[in-house]
Design a protein around this ligand. Structure first.
Ligand code: SAM
Ligand code: SF4
Length: 343
């Protein structure tokens, strides 16, 4: 018996792929398992962040159930994120439960995005459960700046986590938010370090999500500018590689590594979008940059069956917006925080 007597993916399977009204096939689900975090990154959270009441957050059983219904509908890649997924109590049990779908082949990839502070404790078990790749967010290699940007984080913990994960055979990708004031000058060094350690690195533009007590305009750095700067001393070779997401990839000839560029503000990436997001409260968002929402928690807590969940999911995906229209500066374009939605 699987944990929580959870449904198998087959229970809700259907021959029909999950298609939206623009014939985009949804095969990738990101789930935020908690809005809580042990860090307070300046662009992500307010310093005195008010977290959700526990009763509003999906239980581990509900998370397993809804993810399994998505897998039954043809989702092949599942990313667990947050907040910080590794601070959620019972998180490893959730991964253990969901890994059954890797064993059956219904799920191709189970992965997570983490700040890395607790990776050293959990990486070996994650690898045992079939997690082969992990994204770790890291914006600087300077301990003091790291402490400042994360409002109290310890860089050494993250570096130790990376080392343990690598030793466990997990492929690592670094996510770096490009910040005009704080790390712009360090970006080439970060890329060299990551590539030297055999890790890809993806740069992310700051996105206007959630109130953070500051204006993001002064930290916004266009990746077009960064790319032009890098291209003035490195050879950037376009790669056709795509994950169906917002990242575009280049290989840097001199370092031999891959660089991803996520440019939600300066480049439109919606035509090939294959993903949807579930918040930790069970709200399904079919577009990161729009306020469309479907409450799957209400279906579950209202006594709905897995088939009812599947109907709600299909209807939401049919309504997936064609694209987003973020604007930097002023009020956030989207009121919810990335930590609730799951980055
Ligand atoms: N705590 C984990 C972490 O930091 O990797 C997972 C959740 S975090 C919300 C996921 C990603 O979102 C991180 O790479 C973080 O840098 C990014 N992020 C958070 N707020 C953002 C914002 N306003 N704009 C762009 N990226 C953001
Ligand atoms: Fe926490 Fe990740 Fe947000 Fe930083 S980016 S505050 S680590 S959720």
């Amino acid at each position: 018996m699987t944990p929580y007597d959870a449904p198998s993916a087959q229970a809700t399977a259907s021959e029909q792929p999950l298609l939206d009204a623009f014939a985009r096939r949804v095969s990738y689900l990101r789930v935020s398992v908690t809005d809580r975090c042990d860090l307070r990154c300046v662009y992500c959270m307010a310093e005195r962040m008010v977290f959700l009441p526990k009763a509003e957050v999906l239980t581990l059983e509900e998370l397993d159930r809804v993810a399994s219904v998505f897998i039954g509908l043809g989702v092949k890649k599942l990313r667990l994120t947050g907040g910080e997924p590794l601070v959620r109590k019972g998180f490893m049990g959730l991964v253990r439960g969901l890994s059954r779908h890797l064993q059956t082949g219904d799920l191709r990839e189970l992965t997570l995005t983490t700040n890395g502070t607790r990776l050293a404790q959990h990486a070996a078990e994650l690898a045992d459960l079939g997690v082969q790749r992990i994204n770790v967010s890291l914006d600087t290699l300077k301990p003091d700046l790291f402490r400042q940007l994360t409002r109290g984080g310890d860089l050494a913990q993250v570096l130790a986590g990376l080392a343990v994960a690598r030793a466990a055979g997990i492929s690592l990708k670094i996510n770096t938010v490009a910040l005009a004031r704080d790390n712009a000058a360090e970006i080439p060094a970060l890329i060299q370090w990551a590539h030297g350690e055999g890790m890809d690195l993806t740069l992310i533009e700051t996105m206007p999500m959630g109130e953070i007590e500051a204006d993001r305009t002064d930290q916004y750095l266009s990746l077009k500018t960064v790319r032009d700067d890098l291209a003035s001393y490195w050879t950037l070779e376009e790669l056709p590689f795509s994950t169906g997401g917002p990242a575009r990839y280049v290989r840097i000839k001199e370092t031999g590594g891959r660089l991803g560029l996520i440019t939600p503000l300066s480049h439109n990436f919606c035509e090939a979008c294959n993903r949807v997001r579930l918040t930790c409260t069970g709200t399904l968002h079919t577009c990161l940059g729009q306020d469309d929402a479907t409450d799957l928690r209400a279906v579950m807590r209202g006594g709905g069956s897995d088939a009812d969940l599947a109907v709600s999911i299909r209807a939401a995906i049919l309504g997936k917006p064609k694209g987003h229209d973020f604007q930097i500066g002023g009020a956030p374009s989207v009121a919810r925080h990335m930590s609730t939605t799951g980055g």
